[in-house]
Write a protein that binds this ligand. Sequence first.
Ligand SMILES: C[S@@+](CC[C@H](N)C(=O)[O-])C[C@H]1O[C@@H](n2cnc3c(N)ncnc32)[C@H](O)[C@@H]1O
Length: 225
Amino acid sequence: MGSADGGELDRLLEEQVTYYRSLAPDYLDRGLDLPGGQELTEALEAFRPTGSVLELACGPGTWTRQLLRHAADVTAVDASPEMLAIAAARMSDHRVRFIQADLFTWMPDRRYDVVFIGFWLSHVPLERFESFWAMVAGCLEDDGRVFFADDAYRTPDELIEGPSSAVIRRRLDDGTSYRIVKVPHRPADLHERLRRLGWNIAVTATSGPFYWGAGGRDSVHQAQH
Ligand SMILES: C[S@@+](CC[C@H](N)C(=O)[O-])C[C@H]1O[C@@H](n2cnc3c(N)ncnc32)[C@H](O)[C@@H]1O
């Protein structure tokens, strides 16, 4: 990945949190207005995230309202108190519980029917990919389901370490810049990477830079290719 390991990786992940904490007030105005976004919404609608849903890296609650169309309850986790405050202000629903936590160390206190991951997987460095998915497994009921949506969109000026590195630079409107992780997963490779970890998750490309995945543990879910 040409990035970092050990303490350097921890520092990069802290910088990533700082970036999103600073971006929180402007985050909802900065959505990627590119083809394919509506396809994600439709795919999540078809998936029907029913039961108790865990939303990882919820941000300002971008997806929480759609999840609540199907879910009995939603537990939404994010590291940024600023993001969580915005999410809480937008969502006055007693079925939502917010938790502030670092997903690289957080341990769930119960299991869920569905884990939903919106635009977070690409920010998980490959060095932490396996441990992240072990955590997801620990969050799920045996027959639990997973849905994720994400993109592989990186602009040339962001690629400070070149296109083969997952480390990029993002700038805020005030000119401050931060290093963050943005892994440009390709759907087929991501499906295979997950399969090697015991997941059966069909990963589907949209007509734009977005993709979505739906499935669960290999033993209970059949690929939907
Ligand atoms: C790209 S945003 C996604 C937000 C929302 N899910 C969406 O789809 O719009 C990434 C989110 O991850 C959160 N985040 C960054 N590092 C984190 C960490 N280590 N643990 C938990 N959340 C983190 C940020 O605060 C931010 O809300």
